[in-house]
Design a protein around this ligand. Structure first.
Ligand code: ZN
Ligand code: ZN
Length: 310
């Protein structure tokens, strides 16, 4: 099986409990939430014309093989009444194992991009070595002869114990190839919603030292997987309504067809749960895209900024 990712949907974020010294009245809090939801609805409508409905499903695509119901913003709100950011205000990236200089640059760019995309401070944790993993966490693929690391071991035995208490998510990044267990050839990434940890490999993202086009593709693939899997950790399910970064994906070819940005319905979820300023977000994403020669994306975020400025 060649899956872009293998997601353990094992529950939502822990129940939200706010321990504030001064708690605003319930009425004032409800009014503030209503006003924010009204502004989200208005902004969502403004960017809607920039997005495309999901195109026809091709044979072998994710939706060709998986029956999914989708998730509207209204549905998301029923299980995420309080923004996750209020309890978990920080994202963390955990480098796992060794990286070449070019690969390390990709990790740095991913950290920068995540902070812009999710509007949260994103911190890098000190490197963790994979040199002394137990034998059960390593194998050589039986037919390809490729050394691989067990993704579930990284999630539950390495990342979870290191997770800081304020972490909305810990994103483990490795240059090693991953496999998620019996009957799987490999996996690009895997996340646990209930534990707020995920791990992604850049091993299959192409040639990081190749032509400028290959380097760009490598970056796009890494950013796409990081934002998609982090979306899951915030409770965002696969999108079936629009062409969207939260579309499920069965192969690298299908993943490459998907946009980096989320559709209005899925963006509204992250605006709400990350408690972010969408106008600042568009501007910061446009600046990133310009700096990394991602022209199509830069143009899209420029248009998004213009749509909400009218
Ligand atoms: Zn997914
Ligand atoms: Zn979507």
């Amino acid at each position: 099986m060649n899956r872009r990712h293998f997601l353990a949907l094992t529950g939502g974020l822990a129940a939200q409990t706010a321990t504030l010294l001064r708690v605003p009245s319930a009425e004032a809090a409800a009014a503030a939430a209503k006003s924010r939801l009204d502004r989200i609805a208005e902004t969502k409508a403004r960017i809607l014309p920039l997005h495309s409905k999901k195109g026809p499903v091709r044979p072998g695509d994710w939706l060709d093989e998986h029956k999914e119901d989708g998730q509207s913003f209204a549905q998301f709100l029923t299980t995420h009444k309080t923004p996750a950011q209020k309890q978990y205000p920080t994202l963390y990236v955990q480098p796992l194992g060794t990286f070449t200089k070019s690969q390390r640059a990709i990790v740095d760019h991913t950290v920068d991009f995540m902070s812009r995309f999710y509007g949260m401070p994103t911190k890098v944790l000190p490197d963790v070595s994979l040199a002394k993993l137990p034998a059960k966490a390593r194998r050589v693929h039986p037919t390809w002869d490729v050394p691989q690391v067990l993704s579930t071991h990284l999630l539950y035995e390495v990342l979870k114990p290191l997770r800081p208490t304020d972490a909305a998510a810990v994103l483990g990044l490795t240059a090693e190839d991953l496999w998620p267990g019996k009957n799987w050839n490999y996996v690009f990434g895997q996340a646990s919603l209930s534990e707020r940890v995920g791990v992604w490999s850049i091993y299959r993202n192409g040639d990081v030292d190749g032509t400028p086009e290959e380097q760009k593709l490598f970056l796009q693939r890494t950013l796409g997987t990081a934002t998609h899997e982090t979306g899951h950790m915030f409770g965002i399910q696969h999108c079936i309504a629009y062409e969207c970064g939260m579309n499920g994906s069965n192969s690298q070819e299908e993943g490459d067809r998907q946009p980096l940005e989320f559709c209005p319905e899925c963006q509204a979820k992250l605006w709400w749960t990350c408690n972010l300023d969408w106008s600042v977000r568009f501007q910061k994403l446009e600046e990133f895209a310009q700096a990394h020669d991602l022209q199509e994306e830069a143009e899209f975020w420029k248009k998004s900024r213009a749509a909400i400025a009218k």
